[in-house]
Design a protein around this ligand. Structure first.
Ligand SMILES: [Zn+2]
Length: 174
């Protein structure tokens, strides 16, 4: 497993002391995490989006030269039960489309039921077009990958390049 490091800016890479402490840091929905140096108390907020589900331990070097380990606590995505209309078009493989009822939404993905017979399988990539029942009727088009198929219920994850959606984040808080 690689050992990623986050370097705080303007830190000369010399004469560091390694703290034996491992601190826990809670990652927010936008992948921001506030790190607190166990030695001097300096805080810094960094983005750890690139570490998502790859490595839950990182090494951080503080300007005070202390090197410490951080255990990233990624919160499980909150699933909001919903009843939204939408439709999908398949991207990989192409050629499939249909109407769907979206039954849950999270920052990580959606679960939906197809309204017709479908041929979706795990690993298929879809473009999912749906409208939130917020006051703006926000329309979202998300690329998703099918993670599970249980009869007419399809569990999907948003693809990595669209990992965080501000409109969706706002909707999930409401
Ligand atoms: Zn420090």
């Amino acid at each position: 497993m690689p050992k990623p490091k986050i370097f705080w800016p303007n830190t000369p890479p010399s004469s560091m002391t390694e703290s034996t402490e491992t601190i826990k840091a809670f990652v927010k929905d936008d992948f921001a995490v506030t790190l607190v140096c166990p030695s001097c108390g300096t805080t810094k907020t960094v983005s750890v989006a690139s570490y998502k589900s790859k490595c839950h331990f990182i090494k951080v070097r503080c300007p005070c030269q202390t090197l410490f380990r951080v255990q990233l606590e990624f919160r499980r995505h909150y699933r909001k039960p919903v009843d939204l209309e939408g439709f999908f078009k398949s991207i990989k493989p192409t050629g499939m489309s249909g109407d769907v009822h979206i039954e849950d939404v999270s920052q990580g993905g959606v679960g939906f039921r197809t309204t017709n017979v479908h041929f979706l399988e795990k690993g298929h990539v879809l473009s999912l077009n749906f409208t939130l029942d917020d006051k703006h009727g926000t329309r979202l088009i998300k690329e998703v990958v099918v993670m599970s198929v249980d009869g007419d219920f399809i569990g999907c994850s948003f693809t990595e390049k669209q990992a965080y959606d501000k409109k969706l984040g706002f909707y999930l808080k409401g």
